[in-house]
Design a protein around this ligand. Structure first.
Ligand code: MSP
Length: 633
C-alpha cells in the first residue's frame, strides 16, 4: 500500500508573537512528520498564519499600521522561527495568499448554490478574542470564559450556514469513527456539545463594520467570517480541488490543535466539508495547554515563554526533548524552567550523553577506532537485543496513539539498560585479557549497534543530536537509517571508522535572570554636565527597520536599511544579540546627524541607540508606534 501522511497545525493568529504554545504544536507536528518520513510515508506538513478578522484589524490599528503591513510583519516572525526550531514544513500558508482567497470563494459559492447559506438577522454577544458569538448561558458573570473580558452586544444582518442540518449526520459520524476526534476526552466533549441543538453558523461580517477579510462571492457588501476563511486553509494548501496533492493527501488528513479550538475544528469544519461535498478529515488530534508555573500564560502576567530564548539558552535539542517528554498528550502541563534544567541534566547530560561518550571512548580505545566484528553472543547480549525489539514496538505504538512521551520513556528504558549492560559486562576488565578479545568485541559491537538504534529512534524528536550520534558511529548518510533498519540486528557495518567528539549535552545550570544586578554593577559614572543647546545638536529620530542582513565576514555587524523620513543605510554591532529577521519592522532610535563612517567597507549614515542588559545589548524600541522620522526630544 502506498503510505501517505498529511499533518497540519492551526494557522496562528498574527496579533501576537510566537510563544511556547505555538512552538509545542508545531514541534509535535514536526516530530510526526519526521517519524512518518522515517517509516517511508509520502508526507505533507503544513503550517501558516491566520490574518483576517477583527482581532488583527484591531491590533494593526493599535500599532498604527495597515492590517496587511502588520500581518506581513508578524507572519514573517512565525516563518522565520520555524527553521530555528528545525521544523520541516512543506508549505507555509497565509490566509492573505491569492490562491487561498480563491479557494474560500469557491467553497462559499458551492455551499451557497447548494442552498445551505441564507440571509438573516442576528444579535448576540461577540467576543473579539474568540472571534465568535456567545450564547448568554455560555458566559461566566457576563464575561467570555476564555478571555475574561466582556463581549460586545451586536445586532446585524448576516449570512448563515445551515449547520443545524448536519447535526445528526455529525453525531453519527463521530460515533461510527471512534478515533475521528482523539484522545477520547475531546471526542466526548464534542459529543456533549452536540447533545444541545446545533445553531446555524453566522459566516459573514458586514463591510460597514469590518473590511479586513475575504469578500463573499455572492454579496460584495460582506466579508467572510474569519473562522470559515481559516479552516479552508487545510485544503488550499493541497491545491483543492484539482491538485495532485489534494487527491493524494486529503484522504489521510490529520489536524493537530490544542483544546481551545476544538469547537471550530470538531463541529464547524466537518459540517462545512460535508456541505461542500468533501470527505471529512481522518483525525483531529487535540492536545492540552501549556501553563507557566501553574498559571495561564498571558501578556498581562508577563509570563509568556519565548521559544527562542529557551533555545538560545539551552539548545534546540534539549528544548524539543523537554516539550515532548513533559507533556502527556491531551492533558495540560505546567512549564517551569527549573524542571526543564533538571530534566536536561538527568535525561540528556547524564543518561544519554554519558552513554554516548563512554561507549565511544571505550570502542575507540579497545577496538582501534573502528566498529569491531562481533563473533559471539551470550545471554546478556540476547537480553539487550530482545529489549530493542520490544522498545521499537513501543515507540511505534506511542506514535500510533500519539503518546509521544511514552515513546520517549521506552527509548530511555533502552538507554538505561545499555548503561547497566556496560556496568555488568565490564569491558575495561575484558580489555586486560587478550584471550577475551572476542567477548570484548561482542560487547562493544552490541553497544554501538544499540546506539545506532537509539539514534534512529530519537531522530524525529532530536534530529540534530541523532545526526551527531550517527556521525560518531561513522554513518555519513544519516538518511540511510530508516525505521525498517531497526527490525534487523546488525545494521551498523563492522569496520566503520568511529569519530568520537565532545559532550553531546553539556550539563546546564539554572540561573534566574540577573538583569537588575548586572545593570547596577556595570553602571558607569555620569558624564560632565552639558547645556541644552549641546543636547539640541544631537538629532535623534524614530526609524523603521526596512531590511536587515549580516555584514559578510563580520560576526558583530548588521547592515540595515531604515526609514527615517528618508531611506538610509546604517551599520550596528548587534549581530551577537539580534538576528537580522527579528529587526525587520522594528521602530528604533537613530542619531541621524552623526558624520557617516565606514564599517567593514559599508558606509553607515547614522547610529542606533542600545543599552547593556546582562551580557547582551538591547536596542531601544517603543511601547507605542510613532511614525518613522519623528523627532525625539
Ligand atoms: N487562528 C486560530 C486557528 C485557526 S486554524 C484553522 C488560532 N490561532 S492561535 O494563534 O490562537 O493559535 C491557537 C493554537 O496555538 C492552539 O490550538 C495551540 O495549537 C497553540 N497554543 C496556543 N497557546 C497554547 C498553550 N498555552 N499551550 C499549548 N498550545 C497552545 O486559534
Amino acid at each position: 500500500m502506498d503510505k501517505k501522511f498529511y499533518i497540519t497545525t492551526p494557522i496562528y493568529y498574527v496579533n501576537a508573537s510566537p510563544h511556547i504554545g505555538h512552538a509545542y504544536t508545531t514541534i509535535v507536528a514536526d516530530v510526526l512528520a519526521r517519524y512518518h518520513r522515517l517509516c517511508g510515508y509520502r508526507t505533507f506538513f503544513c503550517t501558516g498564519t491566520d490574518e483576517h478578522g477583527d482581532k488583527i484589524a484591531e491590533a494593526a490599528q493599535k500599532a498604527n499600521m495597515t492590517p496587511k503591513a502588520y500581518a506581513d510583519r508578524i507572519s514573517a516572525q512565525f516563518r522565520a522561527l520555524w527553521p530555528e526550531l528545525a521544523i520541516t514544513n512543506d508549505y507555509f500558508i497565509r490566509t492573505t495568499d491569492d490562491n487561498h482567497v480563491e479557494t474560500v470563494r469557491q467553497i462559499l459559492r458551492k455551499v451557497y448554490e447548494a442552498g445551505d447559506i441564507y440571509f438573516g438577522e442576528y444579535e448576540g454577544y461577540y467576543c473579539v478574542g474568540c472571534e465568535r458569538f456567545y450564547m448568554e448561558k455560555e458566559l461566566q458573570d457576563g464575561q467570555c470564559p476564555d478571555h475574561q473580558s466582556k463581549p460586545v452586544y451586536r445586532k446585524e444582518s448576516n449570512y448563515f450556514f445551515r449547520m443545524s442540518k448536519y447535526q445528526d449526520w455529525l453525531v453519527g459520524y463521530i460515533k461510527d469513527h471512534p478515533d475521528f476526534i482523539r484522545p477520547e476526552r475531546y471526542r466526548n466533549e464534542a459529543l456533549a456539545f452536540l447533545r444541545e441543538p446545533l445553531e446555524d453558523l453566522c459566516i459573514s461580517r458586514p463591510k460597514s463594520r469590518l473590511t479586513w477579510g475575504i469578500t463573499l462571492p455572492f454579496d460584495d457588501q460582506y466579508v467572510t467570517y474569519v473562522w470559515l476563511d481559516a479552516l479552508i486553509n487545510y485544503i488550499t494548501a493541497l491545491d483543492y480541488p484539482e491538485g495532485e496533492n489534494f487527491r493524494t493527501f486529503w484522504p489521510v488528513a490529520q489536524h493537530l490543535i490544542a483544546k481551545d479550538i476544538l469547537k471550530p475544528h470538531g463541529i464547524y469544519w466537518p459540517t462545512i466539508l460535508k456541505a461542500a461535498g468533501i470527505e471529512p478529515y481522518r483525525h483531529l488530534n487535540v492536545h492540552g495547554y501549556w501553563n507557566v508555573d501553574q498559571s495561564k500564560m498571558s501578556k498581562t502576567l508577563g509570563n509568556v515563554v519565548k521559544p527562542l530564548t529557551l533555545k538560545d539558552k539551552y539548545g534546540l535539542e534539549a528544548f524539543r526533548y523537554f516539550l515532548l517528554r513533559d507533556m502527556v498528550f491531551g492533558l495540560d502541563s505546567s512549564f517551569s524552567e527549573e524542571a526543564f534544567v533538571q530534566r536536561i541534566n538527568a535525561d540528556l547530560a547524564n543518561d544519554l550523553g554519558n552513554l554516548v561518550s563512554r561507549t565511544l571512548t571505550m570502542a575507540s580505545k579497545f577496538c582501534e577506532g573502528r566498529v569491531p566484528l562481533a563473533d559471539a553472543s551470550n545471554d546478556e547480549d540476547r537480553g539487550l537485543r530482545d529489549l530493542i525489539v520490544r522498545v521499537v514496538a513501543e515507540v511505534e505504538k506511542g506514535f500510533e496513539d500519539l503518546a509521544l512521551h511514552k515513546a520517549l520513556i521506552a527509548i530511555w528504558e533502552l538507554i538505561n539498560a545499555m548503561n547497566r549492560y556496560i556496568v555488568e559486562s565490564q569491558p575495561w576488565v575484558l580489555a586486560k585479557d587478550p584471550d577475551r578479545k572476542g567477548r570484548l568485541n561482542g560487547v562493544i559491537y552490541h553497544l554501538l549497534e544499540a546506539l545506532r538504534v537509539v539514534a534512529v529512534l530519537t531522530s524525529p524528536f532530536m534530529p540534530g543530536a541523532a545526526r551527531k550520534i550517527m556521525a560518531q558511529l561513522g554513518i555519513e548518510e544519516a538518511t540511510t537509517q530508516d525505521f525498517e533498519s531497526l527490525r534487523r540486528w546488525g545494521g551498523l557495518a563492522a569496520g566503520n571508522e568511529l569519530k568520537p567528539s565532545g559532550a553531546l549535552f553539556p550539563r546546564v545550570e539554572y540561573r534566574k535572570e540577573e538583569k537588575v544586578e548586572t545593570a547596577q554593577a556595570d553602571a558607569a559614572p555620569f558624564k560632565a554636565e552639558i547645556d541644552y543647546a549641546d543636547f539640541e545638536k544631537v538629532d535623534l529620530r524614530v526609524a523603521t527597520v526596512l531590511e536587515a542582513e549580516a555584514v559578510p565576514k563580520s560576526n558583530k555587524l548588521i547592515k540595515m536599511k531604515i526609514d527615517v523620513g528618508e531611506e538610509r543605510t546604517i551599520v550596528a554591532g548587534i549581530a551577537k544579540d539580534y538576528r537580522p529577521e527579528e529587526l525587520v519592522g522594528k521602530k528604533i532610535v537613530v542619531v541621524v546627524n552623526l558624520k557617516p563612517t565606514k564599517l567593514m567597507g559599508v558606509e553607515s549614515r547614522g547610529m542606533l541607540l542600545a543599552t547593556d542588559t546582562a551580557d547582551s545589548l538591547t536596542v531601544l524600541t517603543f511601547d507605542r508606534e510613532p511614525k518613522a522620522g519623528a523627532k525625539i526630544r
